[in-house]
Design a binder for this molecule. Structure first.
Ligand code: 13P
Ligand code: SF4
Length: 301
């Protein structure tokens, strides 16, 4: 039996569902039952019915989010070291200190945070809904954690609110430069340039549109452009090309890779299914307190 057949058989035996983020390796994306951005994956996890196990092919904060929203299911993260350095750039103590300094402000946390930080937050957001979540917050002062570039993006779109932005960043997206956008404009003047809101403000300003990863997929389907250049992790190119065979897709400048997103391969998925580990194991108390901010996000939309 080959590896894919073994995974399929194990999946059926164990009533498992495989979720994968848009940055996963192509073969992992092709194997998954559902591939999406952080918001779509959170929604899927919250509504999945006939399964006992979720195998989450992504990074830790995403698997934790699935576990928080689907506490009756066992959630496996095939490679337990697959973390997100951005999520580690703010600690619960730092959030508490900011809250004390700014009483009355709401804490809005990007989902790229630990469960402990979510538990101290009023509401979460993803790159797909950050501006609309902040607009809907019922107070005028916001403490936004932890990504400074997404925070800048929100500040531009919701100028009526005072938004204090934490100084975290994604080291993958910060590597895209304004010079790379200018070069592509010269070399491919007819191409559309799409950027993720984790990119630097100067890159966002020069792009034709700013989108989450699934927002880019939607734009690529609808755009009249034949050539599309994306400033996001290179794993997204797989779906872009697969779903739009008549169009051309490129990474902006050199391809930027998130090493944590590439840690999961088919063998790791097989092992995780066979052993039913590594599993996300958050305490009942933490699950409950982190759920409030995530559920509020899902209701706000
Ligand atoms: P999306 O929610 O846009 O897929 O982004 C997730 C992420 O980790 C970006 O680096
Ligand atoms: Fe985290 Fe950046 Fe990797 Fe996304 S691309 S998982 S934000 S390090």
């Amino acid at each position: 039996m080959d590896l894919l057949e073994r995974i399929t058989r194990l999946k059926e035996q164990k009533k498992a569902i495989i979720l994968a983020h848009n940055y996963q390796r192509p073969e992992v994306q092709d194997l998954a039952d559902f591939v999406g951005d952080s918001l779509e994956l959170a929604r899927q996890a919250a509504t999945l019915k006939d399964c006992r196990l979720i195998v989450f092919c992504g990074v830790r904060f995403m698997a934790e989010t699935a576990s928080i929203l689907s506490p009756e299911k066992k959630v496996l993260l095939p490679v337990s070291e697959a973390g997100c350095p951005l999520a580690e750039m703010v600690t619960p103590e730092q959030v508490k200190a900011m809250r004390e300094k700014h009483p009355g402000a709401w804490v809005v946390s990007y989902v790229n945070t630990s469960a402990e930080v979510k538990a101290l937050s009023d509401v979460c957001c993803t790159s797909a809904n950050a501006a609309s979540v902040v607009r809907n917050v019922p107070v005028s002062k916001i403490l936004f954690f932890p990504d400074r570039n997404l925070g800048w993006y929100v500040q531009q779109r919701v100028p009526e609110k005072e938004i204090l932005v934490w100084d975290g960043f994604c080291f993958v997206h910060e590597r895209f430069t304004a010079a790379e956008v200018k070069q592509v404009r010269e070399k491919m003047p007819d191409a559309e340039v799409l950027a993720h809101p984790e990119c630097l403000p100067e890159v966002q300003k020069l792009a034709d549109g700013i989108y989450s990863t699934s927002g880019m997929l939607k734009r690529a389907r609808q755009s009249p452009a034949q050539k599309i250049v994306v400033a996001t992790e290179e794993g997204l190119l797989h779906r872009l090309k697969k779903e739009n065979p008549g169009k051309e897709f490129y990474s902006l400048g050199t391809a930027k890779i998130c090493p944590n997103m590439k840690k999961t391969n088919l063998e790791a998925v097989r092992l995780a299914l066979e052993r039913e580990e590594p599993a996300i194991n958050l305490s009942e108390e933490l699950l409950q307190s982190a759920r409030r901010a995530l559920e509020r996000m899902l209701k706000f939309l």
